[in-house]
Design a binder for this molecule. Structure first.
Ligand SMILES: NC(=O)c1ccc[n+]([C@@H]2O[C@H](COP(=O)([O-])OP(=O)(O)OC[C@H]3O[C@@H](n4cnc5c(N)ncnc54)[C@H](OP(=O)(O)O)[C@@H]3O)[C@@H](O)[C@H]2O)c1
Length: 296
């Protein structure tokens, strides 16, 4: 008998990957405004996660063993405003059920002035999305201390192409000028690595904060060129280096996450963009995909 995994944001980027690779779980997934993508083996449930009654009803009826809460990112103001109520409703539901909860957070809870950030670093957000993610972390930890809270960084992948890479590739295809910052640092993570880590975490009794990010801090410029190389595309003169100051933007400068803790807890190789590229273009290209399936 398979155990039950509930994935929120099943139609989102991370959600789709989790559904695809959660082979030995019986999965249920929520969607809200995006119709469920075809071809994913799961049971879909329409749910506005801001609706506490609906969240409670869903958890009570499904009795999940684990919830992975991926929903509520930064695609719109409405979505940002849903971050805190959704997190509270899920933490309350997981506590009452009870079941395990893995809550997805972001490196953008920091201001970028004190990197590298470990799990004890205190949030200091400088934009609305970071503020909401920080408040959600706080609410989840206060309501349900047994929850795992995972801070991650930019996700990238090829099947399908992630939001950031799609923006870059579309811009290149249209001949647009694209500025990539040389003074903004993140730790991008291969979507299959993150998926594999989260599924491994479902099998463990882990509580508290955990950074899961790529091993190499990269500027947006380095990351962009690496993504083009991964897609076997040659940069044009319209892909230009720039800085946040030149663009007149206030954004976190360096969001490097310390990943020593996850390296000790999980036995998953955290691939760099260079390693992903090497594996993708080697004969053994399947090795960039998760090899470990949930056995729960
Ligand atoms: N993508 C990154 O690079 C990145 C970096 C750091 C952290 N994160 C975090 O990782 C998680 C997953 O990110 P992602 O890029 O996979 O997200 P995504 O593709 O933008 O998907 C977000 C999902 O949230 C759902 N959603 C929004 N409002 C909702 C509501 N009121 N009720 C129910 N569902 C709602 C959306 O559902 P519908 O489309 O059906 O409306 C969508 O499926 C997020 O928590 C994000 O903050 C992402």
């Amino acid at each position: 008998m398979k155990n039950t995994l509930l994935i929120t944001g099943g139609a989102g980027y991370l959600g789709q990957h989790l559904i695809s690779h959660a082979g030995s779980w019986r999965t249920h997934a929520t969607y809200f405004q995006t119709p469920p993508p075809e071809g994913l083996q799961t049971t879909w449930h329409h749910c506005d996660l801001r609706d506490g009654g609906r969240v409670k009803e869903l958890i009570t009826s499904l009795h999940p063993d684990v919830i992975i809460h991926t929903a509520c990112s930064n695609r719109s103001l409405e979505e940002i405003e849903a971050i805190v109520p959704a997190a509270r409703n899920l933490a309350q539901g997981a506590k009452e059920s009870p079941c395990r909860l893995i809550h997805l957070s972001s490196d953008l809870v920091f201001d970028g002035e004190d990197a590298p950030y470990d799990e004890k670093s205190r949030p200091k957000p400088i934009n609305d999305y970071g503020q909401a993610k920080a408040e959600a972390e706080h609410s989840v930890a206060a309501l349900f201390p047994k929850a795992a809270i995972v801070r991650t960084s930019l996700m990238y992948g090829m099947d399908p192409v992630d939001h950031q890479s799609r923006w870059l590739l579309d811009g290149l295809n249209k001949g647009q000028t694209i500025q990539l910052f040389t003074d903004e640092i993140r730790c991008p993570i291969w979507i299959h690595t993150l998926t594999e880590c989260l599924l491994e975490l479902t099998r463990m009794d882990f509580s508290g904060m955990l950074n899961i990010a790529g091993p190499d801090p990269l500027t947006r410029w380095e990351f962009g060129l690496g993504i083009l190389a991964l897609h076997n595309r040659t940069p044009t003169e319209r892909i230009v280096p720039s800085t946040r100051a030149e663009a007149g933007l206030i954004r976190p400068r360096d969001l490097t996450l310390n990943i020593e803790k996850v390296k000790h807890i999980l036995n998953i190789p955290l691939l760099s963009l260079r390693e992903v590229h090497q594996r993708h273009y080697s004969r053994d290209s399947t090795s960039v995909k998760p090899t470990v399936e949930s056995t729960s």
